[in-house]
Design a binder for this molecule. Structure first.
Ligand code: HPA
Length: 274
């Protein structure tokens, strides 16, 4: 049963790690450096956590890094799981259940993604205001365990408005420009066609990517507060003049890594208490 699997994983972590984090951050492709900047680091490789899948995608390490920034205790996921790897949605979102069980109340979910809004440019950061799930599936499909959450969870405000205000003012303080918009999720692993991007724009999407939505949906279901931050690594198909590659995505994310670290470290250090 999922519940027992989650408890088992959380116990294994608690028996090895002394940090009890309140805030988690999932680090997207090429954005993993933040974890290196945590003080009093404790590391738990995914391979040592019972029930955790192992990530296979280049640009993603595969470990939880616990530590502190200022007075805040933080856990970062260096490497995440994607549906396109052939994992089930329950496997993709398993870490979120475990983080909740560790006492995490707030989660910053980050990603590298393609820009659909033509006023965006590669290198921009986008605070996620809402999402569109284009995957045709949902991580909450299957028997519901009321110990986690409700059968029909509300999704009015997946991305917490107070956290959005906090992120806006923090970015301003640091003089880091941030955009805002709707993130559309589809499964990948291929990049989209130009016709798909035109369709998604008509549907109201500002950016497109292959992650975040499964995790955000489960985090909301579990009663966590979510802040979503995208790094626009390229303009989406048909807007971009050149073909896409994962190498291009990683290189662009790494180029933004310095200001991404500045922004996320300040967000973590100043994170508002619940
Ligand atoms: N599409 C989907 N996912 C992505 C993209 C994109 O253009 N860039 C980075 N991740």
């Amino acid at each position: 049963m999922l519940y027992d699997k989650v408890m088992n994983a959380a116990e294994a972590i608690k028996s090895r790690i002394s940090c009890r984090p309140e805030v988690a951050i999932i680090l997207g492709s090429g954005l993993g450096e933040v974890a290196e900047h945590l003080g009093q680091q404790e590391v738990m490789p995914y391979a040592d956590i019972p029930g955790f899948p192992v990530s296979s995608v280049e640009g993603h390490a595969a470990r939880l890094v616990f530590g502190s920034i200022g007075r805040k205790k933080v856990v970062s996921m260096q490497g995440r799981f994607h549906y396109y790897e052939g994992l089930s949605m329950k496997e993709v979102t398993f870490p979120i259940y475990v983080l909740k069980q560790l006492g995490v109340k707030n989660i910053i979910i980050t990603n590298a993604c393609g820009g659909i809004n033509t006023s965006f440019a590669p290198g921009d950061f986008m605070l996620i205001t809402d999402h569109i799930n284009m995957s045709g599936t949902n991580p909450l499909i299957g028997p519901n365990d009321e110990r986690f959450g409700r059968r029909f969870p509300d999704m009015t405000e997946v991305y917490d408005s107070a956290l959005l205000r906090f992120a806006r003012s923090t970015a301003k303080e640091l003089d880091i420009p941030v955009r805002e918009g709707v993130y559309a999720y589809f499964t990948g692993p291929c990049f989209e066609t130009a016709a798909e991007i035109r369709a998604y724009r008509t549907l109201g999407a500002d950016a497109i990517g292959m992650s975040t939505v499964p995790e955000a949906t489960v985090a909301k279901y579990l009663g966590m507060r979510v802040l979503g931050i995208s790094c626009i690594t390229n303009m989406a198909t048909g807007i971009a003049k050149t073909e896409h590659s994962h190498e291009e995505v990683l290189a662009a994310a790494e180029k933004s890594s310095k200001s991404f670290c500045r922004l996320t470290e300040k967000l973590l250090a100043d994170f508002p208490d619940n």
